[in-house]
Design a protein around this ligand. Structure first.
Ligand SMILES: *Cc1c(COP(=O)(O)O)cnc(C)c1O
Length: 374
């Protein structure tokens, strides 16, 4: 007995953790700072921590009321009806739900290259195929309707990431509308806004709801997560926002109780804590500006809580930076072997990352790269 043929499936490579790296190098975890997974440097909202503590004694029950309360709170925040909010086990869980709700065996989804690996992995779990559009370094990683439509060939879902991981670039709402208008009736355009809070832009929810001068559409969905700006990556909580006409499908595709009682209670508390989110966003803005100003290599403009830096041999640079105590993300697994991604840390962490990376670039004799900005 064997699993099914998984040779097309790519194993997910997560950013490396402090414990893992320290053990491997035989060092003390306290010597390291991790800027490899776009986590919140301020931790979770204290209100969320408190909610988790208070909920601990009642986790013998299935999450029903908490799920309903959180769905309603999120719907209120966006001015939507509850059924448009599909809570899930992280944004990744919401990616699964959207594939379950759309992809028939053998249908394809169109994903960005470079891009977030889980879109393709999830599509394959659901017996779909994967095609790619290129976000190209030669264009400064600009995202336009044309970059997507050029490669579109009737796929069931078009995945857009804005801000984009790992480049930090965004796509304008006009371009998203253009993609939705130019793609077929059976194509859903999903805008992954995992980093939406960090960008100075309107959400693509405007396109679903016909706000801000757009006509309402039933072929656009939006993905959000509590993992980044809310600092709740460890509890696994995210959601899809779907057109009203789709709402009924949720009960048919969701994994029962996948958003846990602890996650829902933490999410409810975090939603109320605007100060924590605002502080997080402010820290990210300052950190990415500092890295753009002070890293002695090209750093692309980013609207996320991370920046992409050109470093020549990313695997060598990431390894050496890590040996000096700063864990950054080698972007080879994203299809960008010449770049590392550095998460925005606190002011002190950012300073240390800049000093360490600059020293590594000198010591490894990395030559300035050819770069273009849009
Ligand atoms: C982090 C991330 C997600 C979602 O992550 P979860 O932890 O599963 O919520 C989705 N898309 C992108 C591009 C991300 O970087």
């Amino acid at each position: 007995m064997q699993p099914r043929d998984l040779s097309d499936h790519v194993a997910y490579e997560a950013g490396r953790g402090i414990e893992e790296v320290a053990r491997e190098l035989g060092r003390n975890p306290s010597e390291f700072v991790k800027l490899a997974s776009n986590e919140n440097p301020h931790g979770p909202s204290p209100a969320a921590t408190e909610a988790i503590r208070e909920t601990a004694a009642s986790v013998n029950g299935y999450p029903k009321a908490a799920h309903a309360d959180l769905t309603e709170a999120i719907a209120d925040q966006w001015g939507l009806v509850d059924a448009q909010i599909w809570l899930a086990n992280g944004g990744d869980g919401a990616i699964d739900y959207l594939h379950r709700a759309t992809v028939e065996p053998g249908e394809d989804v169109l994903v960005p290259d470079p891009g977030f690996a889980y879109y393709g992995m999830s599509a394959r779990f659901h017996h779909g195929g994967v095609t790619e559009y290129t976000i190209s370094r030669a264009d400064g990683f600009a995202q336009t309707a044309e970059t997507v439509l050029e490669h579109y060939d009737g796929e069931r879902i078009v995945w857009l990431t804005s801000p984009h991981n790992p480049t930090g670039s965004t796509i304008a709402l006009d371009d998203i509308e253009h993609v939705a208008a130019e793609t077929g009736e059976d194509t859903l355009v999903v805008v992954d806004e995992a980093y939406g809070e960090f960008a100075d832009r309107d959400s693509a929810v405007s396109l679903l709801e016909g706000r801000n001068g757009f006509d309402a559409r039933d072929d656009v969905a939006v993905l959000r997560t509590f993992s980044k700006a809310y600092g709740l990556a460890g509890v696994r909580l995210g959601y899809a926002i779907v057109p009203e006409a789709w709402s009924e499908a949720y009960t048919r595709v969701n994994t029962p109780f996948a958003a846990s009682e602890l996650a829902c209670r933490a999410g409810l508390a975090a939603l109320e804590d605007d100060d924590h989110v605002n502080r997080t966003v402010e820290t990210a803005r300052e950190s990415r500006a500092a890295m753009r100003d002070h890293l002695e290599t090209h750093v692309w403009e980013s609207e996320g809580n991370f920046v992409l830096a050109a470093v020549g041999d990313a695997s060598a640079v990431a390894e050496e930076t890590q040996a000096r105590g700063v864990i950054v993300r080698d972007c080879s697994s994203f299809g960008l072997p010449g770049c590392v991604r550095v998460t925005c840390g606190t002011e002190a962490e950012t300073e240390r990352a800049i000093e360490t990376l600059n020293a590594v670039l000198v010591d490894l004799d990395v030559q300035p790269a050819e770069v273009t900005e849009p």
